[in-house]
Design a protein around this ligand. Structure first.
Ligand SMILES: [Zn+2]
Length: 280
């Protein structure tokens, strides 16, 4: 089959970004340049359509598909540590629309809204690396951990949806007989705690015993986690959270032209907000 002669006209240069993880923690390590960077290509129109959602809710499946398209060096978008995800998403914005991104910022004193231009190259250049320990000692065992991933983040959102469902059920309940409600609530809570266990399991890659033998079998790790004392479980969770810490600076400072107040605000790099009011 002959190559489409139009193809040479649609190739656009991408950009290269350095990952906070340096490619660590992935099941399949990403393809990196000699400088340890990954390539990010500009979004195509079809990528953009996938991210534009009429109800404003980001569909994680669509985001995963787009990321695997624009970052061909990443085999599985669900596997991306969350500190890397921020960088990839900002790189995607930069490769597609250039280094400047306009956001609306609101003065905390007078509520005046101004336009602020963020330099995405600076945000990427000042991003940190993951330096927290990836091992934690729990009662004589050395537990190897990895950060939150795009997948565990999605699972956590699902858990929060379950909790909201339970809360709404309690709120709207006017039944005399509480038994059916209690049963339903117990089911929802059980489902929620199951999700939390799945997430925890996702974050433990191996457990080394004092004799030097390592356990990597997921079902054995799951059983061990389920039996873990609450304070020990907390140790693992805190270590995973430290490892997952965001490595970009979201704070911008701006001077309000209306009331002269100096403001510090946090900006979001959520891809759902990338397109502003532009429409199809
Ligand atoms: Zn103001």
């Amino acid at each position: 089959l002959a190559e489409n002669p139009l193809k040479q006209y649609s190739k656009r240069p991408g950009t290269f970004v350095s990952l906070p993880s340096d490619g660590k923690f992935y099941t399949v390590p990403p393809e990196m340049s000699a400088d340890g960077e990954i390539e990010i290509r500009p979004m195509t129109a079809s990528d953009e359509i996938k991210l534009k959602n009429p109800d404003g809710l980001m569909n994680s499946e669509s985001l995963f598909q787009v990321i695997e398209h624009i970052a061909p060096g990443i085999a599985n978008a669900k596997d991306i540590p969350t500190p890397d995800l921020d960088i990839i998403v900002i790189g995607m914005r930069l490769a597609t629309y250039g280094q400047f991104m306009d956001v609306n910022v609101t003065c905390k004193n007078c509520s005046h809204t101004e336009n602020y231009q963020i330099n995405l190259s600076n945000v990427l250049a000042s991003a940190g690396k993951i330096t927290a320990p990836d091992k934690v000692n729990v009662g004589g065992l050395v537990v190897s951990i990895r950060p939150h991933t795009t997948e565990s983040n999605t699972m956590y959102s699902n858990y929060q949806v379950e909790l909201l469902r339970a809360a709404r059920m309690v709120e709207t309940n006017v039944m005399e007989n509480k038994e059916p409600l209690n049963k339903q609530l117990a089911e929802i809570m059980a489902k929620g705690s199951q999700i939390l266990y799945e997430i925890a399991m996702n974050h433990v890659t191996s457990v080394m015993m004092p004799d030097g033998n390592s356990i990597t079998d997921k079902s054995l790790i799951k059983e061990w986690l389920a039996d873990l004392a609450a304070p020990d479980y907390q140790l693992v969770r805190d270590a995973v959270n430290a490892l997952s810490k965001e490595q970009i600076d979201r704070n911008v400072s701006f001077h309000c032209t209306q009331c002269e107040t100096e403001n510090k605000v946090e900006v979001s790099f959520d891809p759902a907000n990338f397109f502003g009011a532009s429409s199809l």
